[in-house]
Design a protein around this ligand. Structure first.
Ligand code: CO8
Length: 257
């Protein structure tokens, strides 16, 4: 797992993509390491995950262009599938995932951030999908997740023009939830993760499931899924703890996993 580090900070897991000399660009080895680290997360003691890039300059500057430059169609298909499988795994983690975008988030880097639940950026972050300028399409879900995140019109504009989006604009178009000075980014992401981790862990997981799965469904099926997950929560120790405390006008006991 040489290219990806993991640190457990109480209930929060911090994943760092660490290939700094190539601005954390994703090649097959980095993707394999990322998958191994994600697979190894102990969900019994983790309520939120943060993904970031090593160094001050880049979150992830894209898929590895050198590696892609000589790929055959079959190798390209396999590489795209590899990235998509890992990103789907991240998107489907039962706990929320925050992208702490600490610099360039281009191509595959922007796509990685889009597979996370929430994006928080440093002031020097730069987003974009430069693929059309390199003679390819986005290949790790960018055409789909960017359109779902910021709307079809703006996503098409960015993808067709290879436009770059600075942090402040990313905030305006809803690509990120907040922007902080670089030296405060991790601290703020840990704070946000802490707010998530303080809530009932079973409920938070069901909320993520309801949003992610529900958005793929028609509205009737989606609200019915929500009702299922809501009623599932009614039978949990977390709900008994929190609602009993409310009725007794006291704080709930800390939620335990
Ligand atoms: N791939 C490989 N190496 C990279 C990449 C990358 N995406 N980005 C940066 N690097 C390397 C550079 O080659 C350089 O290496 P070296 O020191 O050995 O020359 C090192 O990182 C530092 O980069 P720079 O010297 O270029 O740093 P600058 O500060 O001058 O520029 C930039 C920073 C603007 C980020 C510049 O490096 C750049 O433009 N990088 C490429 C960004 C890009 O186009 N990314 C999108 C790639 S396409 C993609 O991600 C497709 C995803 C879907 C794949 C599906 C597969 C089928």
């Amino acid at each position: 797992m040489g290219y990806v580090k993991y640190e457990q900070k109480d209930l929060v897991g911090v994943v760092t993509i660490d290939r700094e000399k190539a601005l954390n660009a994703l090649n097959t080895e980095v993707l394999a390491d990322l998958e191994a680290v994600v697979d190894a997360i102990d969900l019994g003691k983790t309520r939120c995950v943060i993904i970031t890039g090593a160094g001050q300059k880049a979150f992830v500057a894209g898929a590895d262009i050198g590696a892609m430059s000589t790929m055959t169609k079959e190798q390209g298909r396999a590489f795209s599938k590899r990235g998509n499988d890992v990103f789907r795994k991240i998107e489907s983690l039962p706990v929320p995932v925050i992208a702490a975008v600490n610099g360039f988030a281009l191509g595959g880097g922007c796509e990685l951030s889009l597979s996370c639940d929430i994006r928080i950026a440093s002031e020097n972050a730069l987003f974009g999908q430069p693929e059309a300028g390199l003679g390819i399409t986005p290949g790790f879900g960018g055409t789909q997740r960017l359109a779902r995140t910021i709307g079809v019109g703006k996503a098409k504009e960015l993808i067709y023009t290879c436009g770059k989006v600075k942090a402040e604009e990313a905030l305006k178009i809803g690509l990120v939830n907040a922007v902080y000075p670089a030296d405060q980014l991790m601290e703020e992401c840990i704070k946000l993760a802490g707010k998530i981790a303080r809530n009932a862990p079973i409920a938070v997981r069901q909320c993520k499931k309801a949003i992610n799965l529900g958005l793929q469904m028609d509205i009737d099926s989606a609200v019915s899924l929500e009702a299922e997950l809501f009623s599932f929560c009614l039978d949990t120790k977390d709900q008994k703890n929190a609602m009993t405390a409310f009725c007794e006008k006291r704080k709930p006991d800390p939620f335990i996993n």
